[in-house]
Ligand binder design. Structure first.
Ligand SMILES: [Zn+2]
Length: 250
């Protein structure tokens, strides 16, 4: 099937963020413009890279033909999730053993997903702490939830002599909240419900006619998010705040 004719991939992790195995239907098996092999399914539990969260890895196997496709990367483009990788047995690729319409089984790497979810939830927890500490004047920007140095960017000013102290306070506050725990959920809500859940207002990039997905950590205010998260704040386990990197005084 040509990519343009394929219906949007259902993001199954919206319904269940913790499923690491699932079945789906193979809709397309293609070589992309950059020469990579990709599988497109009707639905997926693989989180494609985006929103500061890395892609899931794992594998997809064909129920009837028996192929095994190792997924090294997943990306969302025009509503379709491209699972990039290669066939474990190169011969499977030569004869295109994977058949469109075939039922496939999906397995994601659970350790990698768990780490990604912990790092992503920790990013949202930091945001909650910033507000609790009376630093709401800091405007949140980019979140980077990769394991090689995760951070959340804020725009605003903290006097340089307070940076270290605030960083330690932040770490203390975050670890107290982790210790207290609290259920994490990420429902898709109507715009008005979502706004209420997020403390009354939604960021301007959320269209008013949309149904945003909101991540909610315990009883703290929610935040629009498309990522995967831990089931309980306690599952973040611990958080260490590095000295903040600053861009200097304006
Ligand atoms: Zn998020």
């Amino acid at each position: 099937m040509a990519a343009g004719a394929i219906p949007a991939t259902k993001l199954a992790y919206f319904d269940n963020m913790w499923a690491v195995q699932a079945t789906a239907t193979l809709l397309s098996h293609l070589e992309t413009e950059d020469g990579r092999r990709a599988l497109i399914l009707d639905s997926t539990i693989f989180h494609p890279q985006g929103g500061g969260q890395p892609a899931d890895t794992g594998f997809i196997s064909g129920a009837a033909s028996g192929f095994k496709f190792v997924v090294e990367d997943a990306r969302l483009k025009d509503g379709l999730v491209y699972h990039y990788g290669s066939f474990e047995n190169p011969q499977d690729d030569c004869v295109s053993i994977a058949k469109e319409g075939e039922e496939v089984s999906l397995y994601i790497n659970p350790q990698r997903r768990d780490l990604n979810s912990r790092l992503h939830s920790a990013g949202h927890l930091l945001d909650i702490c910033i507000r609790k500490m009376g630093l709401s004047h800091l405007e949140p920007g980019k979140g980077y939830h990769f394991s090689d140095g995760p951070f959340v960017e804020y725009k605003g000013i903290i006097p340089p002599d307070l940076l270290q102290i605030k960083s330690k306070e932040l770490e203390k506050e975050a670890n107290a909240l982790i210790l207290a725990g609290g259920k994490v959920s990420a429902p898709v809500l109507s715009y008005n419900e979502a706004a209420e859940c997020c403390g009354g207002v939604l960021p301007s990039y959320i269209p008013t006619d949309s149904a945003p997905r909101i991540v909610k950590l315990g009883e703290h205010p929610g935040c629009p998010c498309g990522g995967t998260h831990v089931a309980d704040i306690a599952d973040i386990r611990n958080l260490t705040a590095d000295a903040p990197h600053t861009n200097g005084m304006p």
